[in-house]
Design a protein around this ligand. Sequence first.
Ligand code: UGA
Length: 715
Amino acid sequence: PVIRCKEQRELSEGNLLVVTVATKETDGFRRFMRSARHFNYTIKVLGRGEPWKGGDYMTTPGGGQKVRLLKAGLQEMKEEDKVILFIDSYDVVFASGPKELLKKFQQTRHKVVFSAETLIWPDRHLEDKHPHFREGKRFLGSGGFIGYVPNLKEMVADWTGEDNDSDQLFFTKIYINPEKRKSINITLDNRCRMFQNLHGSLDEVVLKFEDGQVRARNVLYDTLPVVVHGNGPTKLQINYLSNYIPTVWTFETGCSGCLEDLRPLSGLKESEYPLVVIGIFIQQPTPFVSVFFESLLKLEYPKNRLKLFIYNQEQHHEVEVSSFLKDHEKAYQGVKVIGPEENMDRVASRNLGLDMCRQDKDCEYFFSMDIEVVLKNKDTLKILIEQNEPIIAPMITREGRLWTNFWGALSADGYYARSEDYVDIVQGRRVGVWNVPYLTKVYLVKASLLHEELSSNDLFSSGTLDLDMAFCHNARNKGVFMYVTNMHTFGRMLSTENYQMSHLHNDLWQIFENPKDWEERYIHENYTKIMRDKLIETPCPDVYWFPLFSDIGCDHIVQEMENFGQWSGGRNTDTRIQGGYENVPTIDIHMTQINYEKEWQKLLLDYIAPITETMYPGYYTKCISYLNFVVRYKPDEQPLLTPHHDASTFTINVALNSKEIDYQGGGCRFIRYNCSVEAPRKGWALMHPGRLTHYHEGLRTTAGTRYIAVSFVDP
Ligand code: UGA
């Protein structure tokens, strides 16, 4: 007859109970529970609401409290064939289900199996006492073990330690005692078939993408652990792995984890929207500040559910701030401004901004925005709130670069390190909501944190760290998870380098440093459509007409010239040009006079040359141009220009203001064709050959002031 031993009977899922200690529901605990639910584990949580006296593992051994709670918990359990998995929860995720765990447990043919460690801790003098294995890790880790109830009871029976005594030392001493090891029947999971502790083993672990599911693989032992534990100083690595494991993000399904536990806002009445304090920080001279405020205004969110905290350190930007407030302050529920005259330092301003939300009992979120953020997505705030994370940033990038507002990993000294998935996330090959160690520039913080984990009113300082690093460091230390989402496109961040403040409209000079923003601000909204939609008009033979500058672009150029003010006298002698003699003088200011020649040259190359080459096929141009200037026509000054040729192969002539509104009359007549453009359009450019065929004159301006920008290209 076949004799079946008791332990050979296959354990079923009903035999297993997962027991963990969690005095608080941290972000890590919630993550643990999500992965447990995914595999249908039955969980019992001990110690809820108790104060934690178990110590801080980062610095000193501790964890005795877990043993006390386990010992008490076991007393109530009577079933002898019950198997308990006792496991940490703040830094643990399940990569597989109970069935596999029990099978692997039974295959060990022991009654209690501990997770194994590469490093010995906390007492390295005990090293020699540890039995050797042919292969695998020799030391015991107390963050996870599995065993039958009676054996576990026997194991903890002698516990009389303090809550801050080391649980690991206690279990280690039992394990290295040969009699106890034998009687309780303990072994280690030395090849990480069940438990993967990450401390000391980071090089052994890689993500393994399976069909619609992700696991960790131990490449040293070629095993697929069921439980992954970011013990000790490996909290960021478990955060990284758990962006994927078990099914948070997979190649097949994308980020299914991103769709869980949302906080939908749709259907809410305006008055029901959560109150948000938006902190706006102007810390350095920055281009396009008025554009920032325009996108703030466009944010889709009831303004009476928003309060603003504006910190401005720059005298120079007071104009933009006060002009925004003058027109819109009343729409918001409240506004607090800290101006440059208050001399508040940056760190203090950040702390104060957060505090404005903390002190407001209605405030549910703090939304922090640095002035160099270019938010293109009007729904950003709503999207972030709906994602329902403790701290979350929308991913924004620096145009054309791998720079973003988050780091995927930290280097050993706490600075930037590139995570394996960083480039895939930045370039959108992996789309999701990612737990990351550092974010900056723009992020949303749940106010509930400000009353708990982040209740300190000095979160932005920490030793020598800069303020964002200090903030993230503090959040990490409190176990608060920070996420960045690239589920949508949100916007960009500006470069604040090389920002000169010597002009009236300094943004005009940004064509090199922030070309995209420059284009959006200054180039006509239809410019890019002109080729596609054949918007280029031909008002006279070989004269082409197309939109070039935006209204604001025209206004800024004119205002810049008027601000400079040194209009030429309209005489033939002109010291500004080579030879000193001008045949057809106008009242004008050259681009060189306002230091705009390099920028103008770039404008010609980027925005004019492609059109020239399309309209005059076979002609190639590098847009050499020594004469670029703005002309002013006025009835009582210089109202017109007599017929002439230009010293150019082709000429660009852009109308900078509007007929009927700013002036009467004006226009350009091509004599040979007896053809005139009499109704110039603001922002539109005329392009025509300079010599021989296109003998032309500037028609009389009869009232007001007319401005045009002119370039003689390829002289
Ligand atoms: C791990 C092991 O769990 C410890 O038994 C071991 O002593 C330690 O490594 C070590 O090797 O020195 P670790 O993962 O670093 O500890 O620490 P945490 O995860 O911060 O804490 C352990 C567990 O205690 C948590 O996962 C959680 O289950 C519980 N805990 C901790 C609370 O319930 N409340 C707290 O405030 C802190």
